[in-house]
Design a protein around this ligand. Structure first.
Ligand code: SF4
Length: 380
């Protein structure tokens, strides 16, 4: 493997864990067979983690712009808190539909991102609220900080290699925070009751510590990413469209590809690493479908705990993920057509913004905004 890849992290190994990322316009990389529009900011945000990015649940992924939840490492999913930092994004097609939440037009989903796949696995009703009803969610301080840190790490690579130092990176924080407030004014709500700016100062200081920790895990002076914030989209033979945003892609002269994702939360316990790798395998599948190349390495960089988790996938891994996503998509389509979205209460409900609409908490979902197909005779 080329030094540009080796320099950055752990040595090759399968699912090895060692001790020692939105809102921007992402570079598009889409399948020729399924040309995708350059994503809008909200599209990019959604594909990157969007509303409720969660690492949660039985087989989920890592939401890039999220931080660790109190439940971290306690149950098989909640490595990070859901990211309610954005309104439900466009994992939905443009098309006819009834009025959804906040006056948005509700339409049937036509594509899947790691975050939304994770939502459905965590709780089908949560998926419905986010993707079909598009109910608004409050921004969270942790997720917004994750977004800020991702922006800083991305922009640092604009500087010449020798100037990619920790002080330089930290100096980018105020400007990136300004940009984030401009692109997503709702994040200013986070500090609306902070007149003396004390909480904001502490929040920014923590962002600085996370940025600084990155330099103990990777050496950006020895990295030249092939892509940063890469928007990817591919259509599988089944017609399922997969999309997402990859924080960083490194490509060796030999053509070996490494996919890197930054997490501002803590690394999961080893027994939960598979869940954390789901998102990365999803991206690896998309890259394989787009480029015909199985990424050599998947790398999760946990800034919260200072860990790096790597995995070297093979073709069988990607085929398994594809089968799993196909089954998941079948279940989503079935629920979309029948209007039956079951709540699945877990510890992660504590992070859900929709308890007021959830029957598990005495709430009532809004009227289902899509047409419902009548059950066929003989079916339950
Ligand atoms: S509160 Fe309800 S909708 Fe939200 S995750 Fe829990 S069961 Fe699902």
């Amino acid at each position: 493997m080329d030094s540009s890849i080796e320099d950055a992290g752990a040595l090759p190994g399968r699912a090895e864990q060692t001790d020692p990322g939105e809102g921007r316009s992402a570079t598009p990389m889409t399948a020729p067979a399924a040309p995708a529009p350059v994503p809008s900011t909200s599209a990019a945000a959604e594909a990157h983690g969007g509303p409720g990015s969660s690492d949660g649940s039985p087989a989920p992924e890592g939401a890039s712009a999220s931080e660790t939840s109190p439940a971290s490492g306690v149950c098989p999913a909640p490595e990070v808190a859901p990211d309610p930092g954005a309104v439900a994004g466009p994992e939905v097609a443009v098309g006819g539909g009834a009025e959804g939440g906040a006056g948005r037009v509700a339409v049937a989903p036509t594509s899947l991102s790691p975050s939304r796949a994770s939502d459905f696995m965590q709780c089908p009703l949560l998926y419905r609220f986010r993707v079909i009803d598009r109910l608004p969610e409050k921004p969270s301080a942790a997720a917004t900080r994750g977004t800020l840190v991702h922006a800083v790490l991305e922009r640092l690579f604009d500087a010449p290699a020798a100037e990619r130092t920790a002080p330089r990176a930290k100096s980018l924080i105020p400007g990136q925070w300004d940009r984030l407030r401009e692109s997503r004014p709702e994040v200013t709500e986070l500090f609306a009751d902070d007149p003396d700016g004390e909480r904001l100062a502490g929040w920014l200081a923590e962002a600085g510590r996370l940025v600084e920790r990155w330099f103990t895990l990777e050496d950006p002076t020895r990295l030249e990413p092939a892509e940063r914030e890469l928007f990817v989209e591919a259509e599988l033979e089944s017609g399922l469209r997969l999309r997402g945003i990859i924080d960083r892609v490194d490509v060796a002269p030999t053509g070996e590809v490494r996919i890197v994702d930054y997490k501002t939360g803590k690394a999961p316990r080893p027994e939960y690493a598979e869940g954390a790798l789901f998102q990365m395998k999803f991206y690896a599948l998309v890259v394989w479908r787009l480029k015909g190349v199985v990424p050599r390495r998947l790398q999760l960089v946990y800034l919260g705990s200072g860990d790096v988790l790597t995995y070297d996938p093979d073709l069988a891994d990607l085929e398994r993920v594809e089968r799993k996503l196909r089954a998941l998509w079948d279940a989503i389509r079935q629920a979309t057509e029948s209007g039956e979205w079951r709540p699945r209460p877990t510890k992660l409900c504590g992070w859900c913004d929709h308890q007021a609409h959830c029957p598990e908490f005495g709430g009532t979902p809004p009227p289902y905004p899509l047409p419902v197909r009548a059950a066929e005779p003989g079916t339950v």
